[in-house]
Design a protein around this ligand. Structure first.
Ligand code: CTP
Length: 477
């Protein structure tokens, strides 16, 4: 590690600890005769000059007792206790503090519930996940601000390396979620995972099965929300983890060839779409739509000697797969899922409009079906335009611009996005003295169709006239 980086780290650390709260903590610890340290993510992020708002404090003694006494000294602060884990948390001046007694931990093979014993700071550092997360800053009077870094985490931070402090097989086997955390940190910080740790993830991949799907998805979502999620997903794939918790995604990988005709690798294509979309949006669910847009391809794949490879209906089949995937991964089965289903179902629509001569009615129908999600659909679809042929991409993107312009034009004219029938069902009943029944629905649909096809404008007067005409034709009223 270079001298300049050492100096910079020192400056970052001093700046992080400049807050008076650290002095208060230090004085209180001194008074109690207890030694305390800031540890983990806060230290790491502070050295990266990006301190967070969550601060983990290791107490050589009882974390719970210390937090209780400190909270009452600071004022009437509500403390949350997690006795099973020996931790206590409170919020103070917008910062989340978590106190834990220094621990020695060992894990039983089939559970990630640790068996905890009291320990020293060093014991506590030994049981941490990565060298860059095991660094501690002393808050004690005699060496306030000293970095305690037994595994050279500072060097790894400088060399941009994720590495376990102990034998990786032990660290990962103790808590297999750490395999995903390694990939998450590597993706988020743009670091490399050290070779042995990487191999160990592959070797221990089956251990992931003891982790709940909620916790897996939590990590996966964090990877998806990074700047370049493809990097993390490629690592999930190459370590064999993806196959374990998300085989449908893994199934996109591979190229088949018949009569010398190949289809594209849909796994890498999907990752390209995801990265392209991620430049434009931080919306997790829109990014999920990118991940799942072609998920129906492996099951709909066919080879026809005349036409080559086809994936007919993969949009429909894919949208039907969303529910089971969300359910298994414990993702929310609410309007977020419905949004993803809708985008997967409609993802081919804008591109079809780029290829054909665009009719107003086709655009109107797409706006009608996408509703308020039309802008997201357009973003997804634009990101879906990938090809090795730059000219082709350029041409498509240019045509896409026209589709956007058309959408704007038609929206201004017809306001179809949140279509409300211009004639209500009760008005149809009254006009033709009907009783409620299927005829009412048929008339309403016919009016909607006439608007979408452009036969009449989306206006009440035109719709009313059209309704009367329909009634006459059907001999109603
Ligand atoms: N930790 C660990 N093993 C885990 C989870 C956490 O060793 N499976 C340790 C690490 O030292 C980590 C600290 O607990 O730094 C706090 O964990 P967490 O809050 O989950 O992560 P942070 O490192 O703070 O990072 P972020 O908040 O960005 O997720």
């Amino acid at each position: 590690m270079s001298l300049i980086n050492h100096v910079l780290s020192y400056i970052h650390m001093k700046r992080c600890l400049n807050d008076t709260i650290f002095n208060q903590l230090s004085e209180f610890a001194e008074e109690q005769g207890i030694r305390i340290y800031v540890i983990g993510g806060f230290v790491r992020d502070c050295l990266l000059d990006n301190p967070g708002k969550d601060i983990d404090i290791v107490v050589e003694g009882s974390g719970i007792d210390f937090a209780r006494k400190l909270a009452s000294r600071l004022g009437n602060i509500k403390v949350n206790y997690f006795k099973n884990f020996g931790t206590a948390m409170f919020k103070y001046k917008g910062i989340e503090f978590e106190f834990v007694g220094a621990r020695k931990e060992s894990y039983s093979r089939n559970s990630r519930k640790p068996i905890v014993e009291d320990g020293s700071l060093k014991d506590d550092q030994d049981r941490r996940d990565f060298t860059i997360n095991a660094m501690a800053l002393s808050l004690n009077k005699n060496n306030f601000g000293k970095l305690i870094d037994p595994f050279n985490g500072l060097k790894d931070l400088d060399d941009r390396i994720i590495k376990t402090p102990l034998d990786p097989d032990k660290t990962f086997s103790d808590d297999p979620l750490r395999m995903l955390r390694a990939i998450r940190f590597a993706t988020r910080l743009n670091f490399e995972i050290e070779e042995n740790s990487y191999k160990s993830i592959h070797n221990n991949r089956e251990r992931l099965k003891i982790i709940s799907n909620e916790r897996i998805s939590d990590e996966l979502n964090k990877i998806i929300l990074t700047k370049k999620p493809s990097r993390g997903i490629k690592m999930l794939e190459s370590t064999g983890l993806l196959q374990i918790f998300f085989p449908e995604f893994q199934n996109l990988k591979g190229i088949e060839s018949v009569d010398g005709k190949k289809h594209k690798d849909n796994f890498y294509h999907t990752l390209e779409v995801l990265d392209r979309l991620s430049v434009k949006t931080d919306d997790l669910w829109l990014r999920w739509a990118a991940i799942l847009h072609d998920i129906g391809k492996p099951v709909t794949k066919k080879y026809d000697p005349e036409t080559g490879w086809t994936f007919h209906g993969h949009d429909f089949v894919g949208s039907k797969m969303v529910y089971n995937i969300f359910k298994k991964l414990k993702l929310p089965l609410n309007e977020k899922m419905k949004f993803v289903q809708k985008l997967v179902l409609l993802h081919l629509r804008p591109i079809a409009l780029v290829q054909d001569i665009v009719s107003d009615s086709a655009i109107r129908r797409m706006i009608f079906e996408a509703g308020d999600d039309i802008d997201d659909l357009m973003l997804l679809c634009e990101a879906d335009i990938t090809s090795k042929n730059d000219l082709k991409v350029k041409k498509y993107l240019n045509n896409f611009k026209h589709v956007r312009e058309k959408i704007k034009e038609i929206e201004e004219k017809d306001s179809i996005r949140n279509f409300q029938p211009p004639v209500r069902g009760d008005e149809i009943i009254k006009t033709f003295q009907l009783t409620a029944g299927p005829v009412v629905g048929e008339i309403k649909d016919a009016i909607k169709e006439a608007i979408l096809s452009g036969e009449i404008p989306n206006e009440r007067e035109a719709a009313w006239k059209f309704m009367l005409k329909l009634g006459k034709e059907r001999g109603l009223g």
